[in-house]
Design a protein around this ligand. Structure first.
Ligand code: ASP
Length: 347
């Protein structure tokens, strides 16, 4: 018996009887953490205003988008591809205010904005005021990858996207009854406000009657690269080629592998003035505070005090996540580093 044990010991030490690589070899390569987080807009989203069918439709679309993005990461794909994949699904759905479901301008058109930023290279791309690009997030990626610029606007951005071979639609593709009715409601209540007080604020009426619906995604891939992207139709009844925060790097979108990636949604003017997405990354970089603390301070303290409404999603280099908003709801979903899926709508 002792001989057999001795023999087994010799065999084991010579050829290596390991239970598994991670148990015994501290240098064995562990799979790097990867994770993804998405939003479909924040605003006055209350359960009492939602039908079970609509709630289910939102949950299913959020799940589809986050799962598709996660699959890209799981297969070793880049965070940029994961962001594009998730956002494209939401842009193609009429549920969200981006791509197909974009809100209408004062003149009854759809003008869309999108941006993307990579945390490894700090490269970024954005388009604003496009009217024909089926998936504006792809236009932003083209600007980042295949132009010498960061932000293209209007007709030029539509032309550039077409030249890059992106799918171009007739503007009528972006018509949805729900969004057109919302425009009528906002314009009618604007007239009422005008009659009562002589004051007109399309923001106030928009907030009373509607909600934000921008979409966004932040992903961390297996190479430790963070990408953030945002896509929107802007705000109902916007005028004069108004541009919100979504295509503004540092306001609506920001990513830096050293800190985090952020995508914003809400009342864009406040996010631009507060440089919200960059402020979160800057707090982490300069104050060395964790992601949660930085996002809470920027949204619950600074944005709220300034009078702004909305929220953000953020993901740091270790895969920590944060959803932070000061509205009654935000469509959101994530798959964390352990593979756990979360889908939520209300506070
Ligand atoms: N932030 C967007 C804008 O101001 C709106 C939104 O998030 O829905 O254009």
């Amino acid at each position: 018996m002792r001989k057999i044990t001795l023999l087994l010991f010799i065999i084991c030490t010579t050829i290596g009887c390991k239970k598994n690589t991670t148990d015994q070899d501290p240098t064995a390569i562990k799979q790097a953490p990867f994770a993804i987080i998405i939003h479909g807009g924040a605003g006055t989203i209350l359960k009492k205003n939602m039908t079970p069918a609509l709630e289910k439709a939102y949950e299913e679309k959020l799940t589809e988008a986050v799962t598709a993005g996660h699959k890209v990461l799981k297969n070793g794909g880049s965070s940029t591809l994961a962001v594009a994949t998730a956002i494209k699904i939401m842009e193609n759905s009429p549920l969200f205010n981006a791509g197909k479901g974009s809100v209408f301008t004062h003149g009854g058109e759809n003008e869309m904005d999108a941006s993307i930023m990579e945390g490894k290279t700090l490269q970024a791309g954005a388009i604003t005021g496009v009217k024909t690009v089926k998936n504006p997030i792809l236009g932003a990626i083209e600007v980042m990858q295949n132009s010498a610029h960061v932000l293209l606007s209007g007709k030029g951005a539509d032309e550039f996207s077409a030249e890059r071979g992106l799918e171009i639609m007739d503007p009528s593709y972006f018509y949805t009854k729900k969004r057109f009715d919302a425009l009528q409601r906002v314009q009618n209540s604007e007239k009422e406000d005008d009659n009562q007080s002589g004051k007109v604020s399309f923001y106030d009426t928009d907030i009373k009657n509607s909600k934000y619906g921008t979409v966004g995604c932040v992903a961390l891939d297996q190479n430790g690269n963070i990408t953030a992207g945002t896509s929107t139709g802007g705000m109902t009844n916007k005028r004069w080629n108004r541009i919100g925060d979504a295509p503004i790097i540092g306001a609506g979108t920001y990513a830096n592998n050293e800190t985090c990636g952020v995508s914003s949604t809400g009342w864009g003017e406040y996010f631009i003035r507060g440089v919200v997405a960059h402020d979160i990354a800057a707090q982490m970089e300069y104050k060395k505070v964790p992601l949660k603390e930085a996002t809470r301070d920027v949204i619950q303290n600074k944005l709220t005090k300034a009078g702004g409404t909305g929220g953000i999603i953020a993901l740091d280099k270790d895969g920590n996540m944060s959803f932070e908003f000061n509205t009654t709801g935000m469509y959101r979903a994530s798959i964390d580093t352990s593979g756990a899926l979360t889908v939520k709508i209300y506070k």
